[in-house]
Structures are given as C-alpha cells and as structure tokens.
Design a protein around this ligand. Structure first.
Ligand SMILES: NC(=O)c1ccc[n+]([C@@H]2O[C@H](COP(=O)([O-])OP(=O)(O)OC[C@H]3O[C@@H](n4cnc5c(N)ncnc54)[C@H](OP(=O)(O)O)[C@@H]3O)[C@@H](O)[C@H]2O)c1
Length: 331
C-alpha cells in the first residue's frame, strides 16, 4: 500500500544543519478535502533559503514549526483532484513540502507545461530560481548593452541564469565559482566573459583584470568577502542587487558589507529582491526563458540525488558547494 514519506523538522539547527535536525516519518497518504488536490511528488527542490526557513520567527516568510513537514518547492502529478481547475494526470508545482504526497488547496498550485522542458526545469530555470534571476537582473539591475555584470555564486542556478541573460542583453558577464570545472562551464557553456575560482585565485586581482572599467551591476548571491571585494570595484552609477548571502546562512550572525561607503562614492544604488513580489509576472518570464532555452541561448544543468531518505545529504551537498547544477531530490 502507498505510504507518505515525510521529512519533518525535528529540531532547529545551530550553525550548519545536522542530520538529527530532521526526522523521516511514514504516514498514510493524505485524502484531499473538497477544493484540494492530491499530488504524488516526483521531485523536490533543494534551495539555499531552506536554512532560513529552519529558524524560528518570521522574515519574508514564517519559519517552519518543529514537527512540521520541511518546507520545499516540489513538483509532481495530480492523482486525485477535488477542484475543477485541475485534472488527474496534470503536472503541477508549488510549496508542497519534502514528502512523497501532498494534499493542498488548488490555489497553491501552478500547472506545468512539460512541452517547455522536463519536470526538473520547472523547479529550476523555469521555476522560482529562474524567476529570481530574470526579475532580479532585469527589474533591479536594469542592464544596458556594453555594461559589465559581476555575479557571485555564478555557477548556481540563479547565477548562471543571470549571467546568460546579461549576455543576451548585450552585457559582459563575469562571475565567481568554487571550482575550475564550474569556471570552465561558465565560460564554455554559458558564454561568460570571465570566471574566477574564488577558492584558489586572488579575486581582487582577477576583478581588476576582468572588469577594467569597473562593475556596473553587482548581482550578489553569496555575501561576505566576495561582496566586499565587488563593492570596491563599482563603476559610477552601479546597481547592486542583493539576491542572497549563502556564505552567511550557517553563521550565527550575518556579517554586513564593509565597503558600503563605495555606494556613496560611486553614486550607486543597493536594492534587494524577493521573487514572490513578481508572482503575477511569472508567465511572462517563463515564456521568455523557454524561448531562450529552445533556441540555445540559455543553458542549464541539474544535479540529481535519488531517494527522499537522502534529503539531508542532498541539502549538505548544496551548502558545501558540491552540487553542480540545480539541486533536485528525486522522490
Ligand atoms: N531573493 C530571492 O527571492 C531569492 C530566491 C531564491 C534564491 N535566492 C538566493 O540566491 C542565492 C543563489 O541561489 P541558487 O538557488 O542559485 O543556489 P544554488 O544553485 O543552490 O547554488 C548554491 C551554490 O552556492 C555556492 N556556495 C555555497 N556555500 C558558499 C559559500 N560559503 N561561499 C560562497 N559560495 C557558496 C556553491 O557553489 P560554489 O562551488 O561556487 O561555492 C553552491 O553550489 C542564494 O543566496 C539564495 O538564498 C534568493
């Protein structure tokens, strides 16, 4: 008989998550109430933001309660619909949690068009991360042809997408990543103009070499030292887009930028982005991104881990930077 394997948040991590912060529970498959849809989940997305969701309290979203299913974006197939908007067999995504089945109100689901790309893309380049890259760069960064866009965490799903959109918009793209293999991927497959291995190279010297006229858009995914070095190289009128700070998520407190006075001297702006603010415009981004994917202007990679039991090891792969491509857990 079918059973629902669920990953629960058992305790709150202090610093880096530990295996015993999570508990695997076997529960009956939920029954959808009137207006709900039962989804058999096929893929779970592992996202850096999960670390923040494990904390108590509310930031842009409330923290996961202890004993609750760990929040996660996931995608799968409708096996019983009690809402007219969805039919059995439809592919859908949403915040369905780290589990093998979810019964959720229909309004929380997005119907997926698999003619645009495989299911995993709908959690990556055509899903929440792709939306973040698209709106973060275009609406916050406002790229102009000939400008230089510097991207930290560039081999991640958001960073690699930002750099490729920047190139499509006529900009130069330069990014940092944690291995030579990732840097080669950025140059050879994603068409970046420069890639810096921040673990082995002198980031400051390489930025000076690769961004001789300074950085016009700093798209920051990691925070910490790389953000500080990037700030020091802002060109006049630069836009700094703070998307995330993965280097800080497992630290007791987030270290803010040291070089922030460069915002003043460069007449720069510094803005944040929360992707959910663009929800109404997701269809526009999905349409554009899928065109670029189809005509070969945009490339993407996925890194799969198999088995919901391996939730913790997949999550740790992400925070160790051992993933190469969008981190997906196959249920
Ligand atoms: N604002 C929003 O609405 C929003 C939405 C989604 C995501 N985000 C943020 O966007 C950022 C990128 O997300 P993503 O989904 O693209 O991530 P991703 O594809 O999962 O990439 C994560 C990568 O970050 C790098 N990394 C890990 N620890 C690091 C550290 N200590 N220092 C530097 N790099 C480190 C690793 O690559 P290396 O090998 O290069 O180290 C890792 O592969 C995250 O900060 C995330 O929280 C923001």
């Amino acid at each position: 008989m079918a059973e629902n394997k669920r990953i629960l948040l058992a305790s709150r991590p202090v610093g880096m998550p530990a295996a015993d912060n999570f508990r695997l529970e076997i529960a009956p498959v939920p029954r959808p109430a009137e207006g709900e849809v039962l989804v058999r989940i096929e893929m779970i997305s592992l996202d850096p933001a999960m670390r923040g969701w494990m904390n108590e309290g509310t930031t842009y979203i409330r923290g996961v309660a202890l004993g609750e299913v760990m929040r996660a974006f996931a995608a799968g197939r409708v096996i019983q619909s009690r809402h007219p908007a969805f039919a059995d067999g439809d592919y859908v995504s949403g915040l369905l949690g780290a589990q093998s089945y979810a019964a959720v109100p229909a309004r929380l689901l997005t119907r997926l068009d698999l003619s645009l790309g495989p299911l995993e893309w709908h959690l990556g380049v055509l899903g929440m991360p792709g939306m973040t890259a698209y709106f973060g760069l275009l609406e916050r960064g406002k790229p102009q042809p000939g400008e230089t866009v510097f991207i930290s965490g560039a081999a991640g799903i958001i960073g690699s997408t930002v750099g490729q959109i920047a190139r499509i918009k006529g900009c130069r793209a330069v990014g940092t990543a944690g291995s030579d293999e990732k840097c080669r991927y950025l140059i050879e497959e994603c068409g970046f103009d420069g890639a810096i291995n921040y673990k082995t190279e002198d980031v400051e010297a390489r930025i000076r070499e690769l961004c001789p006229k300074g950085i016009n858009i700093l798209y920051d995914n990691v925070g910490g030292d790389i953000l500080d070095i990037g700030l020091a190289h802002l060109a006049r009128g630069a836009r700094v887009v703070i998307c995330g700070a993965i280097s800080q998520y497992n630290e007791p407190t987030v270290r803010g930028p040291r070089n922030y006075m460069k915002i003043v001297t460069a007449r720069a702006t510094l803005t944040g982005i929360i992707v959910f603010d663009f929800q109404e415009r997701y269809p526009e981004a999905v349409e554009q991104l899928s065109k670029w994917l189809k005509n070969g202007q945009l490339h993407t990679r996925t890194d799969f881990v198999e088995g919901i039991e391996n939730f913790y090891s997949a999550l740790m792969k992400l925070y160790a930077g051992a993933n190469f491509g969008k981190m997906i857990l196959k249920v």
